[in-house]
Write a protein that binds this ligand. Structure first.
Ligand SMILES: Nc1ncnc2c1ncn2[C@@H]1O[C@H](COP(=O)(O)OP(=O)(O)OP(=O)(O)O)[C@@H](O)[C@H]1O
Length: 320
């Protein structure tokens, strides 16, 4: 067993929303990312993936539970320690336009993290960074609007690795890109992960991608973990009805996106996180749900080599 680089324990995040109601975006989540490995987080839009990512990065404070890095809680660290830790924790978002200042040349963009952290001496050089993301050195002179979507995402990735981080949250890093360049950027992320020994939390709707990149996978639904384990195991033998339906929706033809979640959507609307069902969170849409599921929430437990939160995990088979 590799020691966890980043871990969450009982991680919970509430937001106050209109009418002073409490929305629970992330609910009692446990997860670990081992050093140098990739953990995917999958699930429909709104199930709490991005909030989990922000909590792990310390960009938001948990309402309950904690995040540890190198075995030490973020909350136990002094402001100076947290500032130093920021260098180790980076993020790549879906839309690089949001993070690349349009008035800065690539050269300035790539030097920015070192300047902000006072790390000019130890950061990777601009030519080195461009080389790592397979762009020639003349890209240093360009502005973001002079780049294609794929090139912009390469620059955002280069910026994320400028200070030699150990953990990168990749939040839907290729879903805004043309299908034709997605594979190149995914291969780049995979190569960097391998060459630089990075650990990723890889947030994605694309299960084919997850299977290619991630050693471990966490399936979330309405803020909770419903299934979790080694990716190969979980994909070969999904035990939660929700995971079974998600996997049944994986496009069978490369590049075909329209099938995504068709099976799941057929089940009707995702309930609002403002009124999550009292028993199993998936009960309102699950073909197997009965009174027990509606009344009693199933805990995560070991089933066939991974962890599943379903009363009927041993026999569930809804996607056949
Ligand atoms: N700052 C906030 N204030 C209020 N509600 C929020 C806030 N951030 C997230 N939420 C809500 O929390 C829930 C989880 O959102 P989150 O963005 O984490 O989901 P997600 O799975 O990443 O979805 P997506 O794939 O659409 O980004 C959603 O219902 C969302 O509306």
């Amino acid at each position: 067993m590799t020691a966890a680089l980043v871990s969450a324990h009982g991680l919970t995040k509430h937001y106050r929303v209109a009418g002073r109601r409490r929305l629970t975006a992330v609910n009692d989540v446990d997860l670990e990312v081992a050093a140098g490995t990739v953990r995917a987080v999958v699930g429909e839009s709104g199930c709490g993936k991005s909030t989990t990512g922000r909590l792990l990065l310390g960009l938001e404070t948990p309402s309950a539970g904690e995040v540890r890095f190198d075995g030490r809680g973020l909350a136990e660290r002094s402001p100076a320690e947290l500032r130093a830790l920021r260098r180790e924790l980076q993020v790549v978002f879906q839309d690089p336009y949001d993070v690349l200042n349009p008035r800065m040349r690539v050269d300035t963009i790539l030097r920015e993290p070192a300047r902000v952290h006072g790390q000019e001496g130890s950061a990777r050089s601009v030519p080195d960074l461009l080389d790592l993301v397979n762009l020639s050195s003349d890209f240093a002179e360009r502005y973001p609007h002079e780049l294609s979507g794929g090139q912009r995402q390469r620059i955002a990735i280069a910026r994320a690795i400028a200070l030699n981080p150990r953990f990168v949250v990749c939040d839907e890093p290729v879903s805004a890109l043309d299908v034709s360049v997605q594979a190149q950027v995914v291969n780049l992320l995979r190569r960097l992960q391998d060459d630089l020994g990075l650990a990723y939390l890889f947030i994605s709707h694309d299960l084919a991608l997850v299977r290619y990149l991630a050693q471990d996978t966490t399936v979330m639904y309405l803020g909770r973990v419903v299934e979790e384990g080694p990716t190969e195991q979980l994909f070969a033998d999904p035990r939660h009805p929700y995971t079974q339906l998600l996997l049944a929706a994986v496009p069978r033809v490369r590049g075909e996106r329209s099938a995504t979640s068709r099976e799941v959507r057929r089940l009707g609307e995702l309930p609002s996180p403002l009124d999550a069902p009292p028993g199993c969170v998936f009960a309102t849409r699950c073909p197997l749900a009965d009174d027990r599921c509606r009344a009693t929430r199933p805990e995560l437990r070991d089933v066939n080599g991974h962890r599943v939160a379903c009363h009927y995990a041993e026999t569930a088979d809804v996607a056949a």
